[in-house]
Design a protein around this ligand. Structure first.
Ligand code: SME
Length: 286
């Protein structure tokens, strides 16, 4: 996935002056510049568009349908009643995410209804401009998942697929400074493959470290500040946060995806959601 559309609906041209207590102080130009810079760092090309007119938004989506590979759309108030905009998103059949700066579920009743969200992968609301960044990351994550599923893991074999997923994740997410997979062997986790700086922890007893805790507890763990977590086993002094996702089927854990970042509090629900989907694909290989 390389080509991304950012689409803004009615009234978003007045961002920065329109009800700043709800929509923030950034102008649309500043917002677009932030989204474009974020997406470009992830290797994407962006075309941004805003209109106050339903038909102009639909025309833009149609015109760009052969260039674009994904859409992030803030439909403004069209969210709540535009079946025509909804149909245009369904028609171009591109993975799309609905974003709102404010939390539409905590405002007037009419804003709780979205006729758009069913044709989108998800709705993200109430996170301000961060919501657009999460949408971009989620779309990149879906692309990783599609590549993993499309690579025919059954015939490729387990070892090659485990190496492929590490490479895909490391190369798709600049914020992931270390990506590795550990496999359960008896009472230990053994490092299968990784990308990033060499780790001293090639074998971790289950129950030790954040890696061991995730397998022991059979659940994903996000640590926002590794230096504040007594379980943490240091891999690199630059690491600030970590996410660990067990590869499991039913109650049986086969291994885990471990990711470190040099940025604090950088892993979100959207990382967890995508990584758990990747882990579910990998679990079928055991
Ligand atoms: N930090 C992990 C150890 C593995 S390295 O990060 C690669 C932990 O606390 O379990």
């Amino acid at each position: 996935m390389k080509n991304l559309l950012i689409v803004h609906g009615p009234n978003l041209n007045l961002l920065g002056e329109r009800e700043p207590q709800i929509y923030g102080n950034d102008s649309l130009k500043t917002l677009n510049a932030s989204i474009e810079s974020f997406a470009e760092k992830m290797g994407l090309q962006v075309k941004s568009f805003q209109s106050n007119h339903e038909g102009a938004l639909i025309d833009f989506i149609h015109e760009q349908r052969n260039w674009a590979e994904a859409i992030v759309i803030n439909p403004g108030a069209l969210t709540h009643y535009s079946y025509a905009l909804r149909d245009s998103i369904a028609a171009v059949n591109l993975p799309s995410i609905e974003v709102h700066l404010s939390d539409v579920n905590q405002r007037e009743e009419f804003r709780k209804i979205s006729v758009i969200k069913d044709v989108c992968e998800k709705q993200i609301s109430g996170l301000g401009k961060e919501g657009y960044f999460r949408a971009v990351e989620y779309l990149v994550g879906l692309d990783v998942l599609n590549k993993l599923q499309g690579s025919n893991p059954d015939s490729k074999g387990r070892d090659e697929t485990l190496r492929m997923v590490v490479k895909l994740l490391k190369e798709s997410f600049p914020k992931y400074s270390w990506v590795g997979i550990y496999l359960v062997e008896g009472a230990e986790l053994v490092l299968h493959n990784y990308m990033g700086k060499p780790s001293p922890h090639t074998r971790i007893p289950i129950g030790q470290g954040i890696c061991g805790a995730a397998v022991h507890e059979k659940q994903s763990i996000i640590v926002d500040d590794v230096n504040a977590d007594p379980r943490y086993l240091a891999c690199s002094i630059e690491t600030r946060s970590e996410i660990v996702i067990p590869i499991m089927s039913g109650n049986k854990v086969f291994g885990e995806i471990d990711i470190d970042s040099d940025l604090e509090a950088i892993f979100h629900d959207s990382d967890q959601e995508i990584l758990e989907k990747c882990a579910a694909v990998l679990a079928k290989l055991f």
